[in-house]
Design a protein around this ligand. Structure first.
Ligand code: ZN
Length: 292
């Protein structure tokens, strides 16, 4: 299987991180990320930091297909906020939304990741344009563009020349494309054992949520709290989560465990906490642990 480091959708390293080549590229990538977030109204931290890199089948000739990888740099869990109908918020379906420039081709209709097979179920075109928040930002507010910037990183206004902020424009072909997980991949007994070991301490539940997310768990609110809690580990300036959020995370533990048992645990195995650690154990191992 060809492992493509670069394809039509971008370049990335072996961890799926989009890999800028130098600081100028880094700056451009970070500006584009900020622009995409503004244009799609995803400025609340919804966009995932790490690219989603599933595989897809492509036709080389009529009889020959190959597996390629697609790099979704901008994506988030769940569906866009404006989709409010019950069909978009069922308890038994998992969605991911990618923001892509489809000017030169549609994203693959079907892609496959560790979680299973995903299929495009909806596509919403975007104007690719929005007002720069610099236009209405109070000086010094979170939205304010750094006073030292010579040009606005969002709308390109020449601030040195006294130009005022205008509109952000990322191009004509952008869309939000919603994928739905067709079938969640169950774990196999080979991954049984300790999933969250004791050294995670106060971050154990957040790490459990992170692991569950790898297998398709998609409660955006819980994932958001867990992600922000994990971001405070070590030398970090990320703000601590609130007491209410600690409580919400702790309350979510049972729900996440139940979800993993329903969707991921192989036959004859189940997930559970044991002395501060989280395990996937066989029924026999649990019986032994509980001295039955
Ligand atoms: Zn601007």
């Amino acid at each position: 299987m060809p492992h493509l480091g670069v394809d039509a959708w971008g370049s990335y390293d072996e961890h799926g991180n989009v890999a800028p080549k130098n600081t100028e590229d880094e700056q451009r990538a970070s500006n584009e990320r900020a622009q995409v977030a503004e244009v799609f109204g995803l400025t609340g931290g919804e966009l995932m930091d790490v690219a989603w890199v599933p595989t897809y089948e492509r036709n080389i000739t009529n009889t020959l297909t190959a597996t390629g990888e697609v790099v979704f740099t901008y994506w988030h869990q769940g569906v866009p906020d404006y989709l409010e109908g019950p069909e978009w918020h069922p308890t038994d379906a998992i969605f991911r939304t990618v923001c892509e420039d489809e000017m030169f081709g549609y994203v693959p209709q079907i892609v496959t990741g560790d979680e299973g097979t995903w299929r495009v179920v909806a596509r919403y075109r975007n104007s690719g344009e929005t007002e720069c928040p610099g236009r209405s930002a109070e000086p010094g507010s979170a939205n304010a563009i750094p006073a030292t910037a010579e040009t606005c990183p969002l709308c390109d206004a020449d601030l040195m020349a006294g130009e005022s902020h205008g509109y952000i424009y990322i191009g004509d072909g952008w869309a939000e494309i919603v994928y739905r997980l067709e079938e969640i991949q169950r774990a196999t007994p080979t991954v049984a054992g300790c999933w969250v070991d004791g050294h995670w301490g106060q971050y154990a539940i957040a790490h459990m949520v992170e692991k569950a997310q790898d297998w398709g768990y998609a409660d955006a609110e819980v994932i958001d709290i867990a992600t922000r809690h994990l971001a405070t580990i070590g030398p970090s300036e990320a703000p601590q989560i609130t007491d209410d959020e600690h409580q919400a995370l702790s309350d979510a533990s049972d729900e996440v465990e139940a979800w993993l048992n329903e969707h991921v645990a192989p036959e004859g195995f189940s997930f559970g906490w044991w002395e501060g650690e989280f395990f996937l154990n066989s029924d026999a191992q649990w019986a032994e642990a509980y001295g039955e």
